[in-house]
Structures are given as C-alpha cells and as structure tokens.
Design a protein. Sequence first.
Length: 91
Amino acid sequence: MPAYIVTYDLHTPGQKYTCIKEKIEAYGYYCHLQQSVWIVVSSKDSTSIRDDLSTCLDNNDSLFVAKLSDEAAWRGFSEDTSKWLKTGLKQ
C-alpha cells in the first residue's frame, strides 16, 4: 500500500488536534514525524484521506495530503522513527 504525507495547520478558533490525531491513528500504520506532519499507509487515495480528515477542520484550517515514493532522505529523527521510515515508505 502507498504511503502519504499529511500536513496541516489548525488556526484558532476551534483547533481540533485530538480529532485529527485520532483519525490519523485510525489508519493503523502511521508515523508522527513532526508536530503537524504525519505519514500514513493506506489503500485509500489522497483525495479520500483529505476528505476523511477534513471533518476535523474549520474553514480557516489548511491540510495537505500527497502520495510518497520510497525515495527519501532525513536527518535528526529518533532511531525508531528512522526504522519506521525505512520500512514504511516501502510498503
């Protein structure tokens, strides 16, 4: 299954961090890279993931979802996160 990067910016009022976190974690295979940056592995396409997560957003919030390839480089992450990236991006 493909991996997708999910980034968002929740602006005031009504920031629903718990809602979006729970929806992302419901995908089952995910990695929380940075404060508002996640990777999820899913059989859904980017539009479906966007639509699913959009239920947690206000009109002034932003969300970006894109399919990733297995080519990536990173630095400064924990050993566990690096291990996830090495395997998760090759699903």
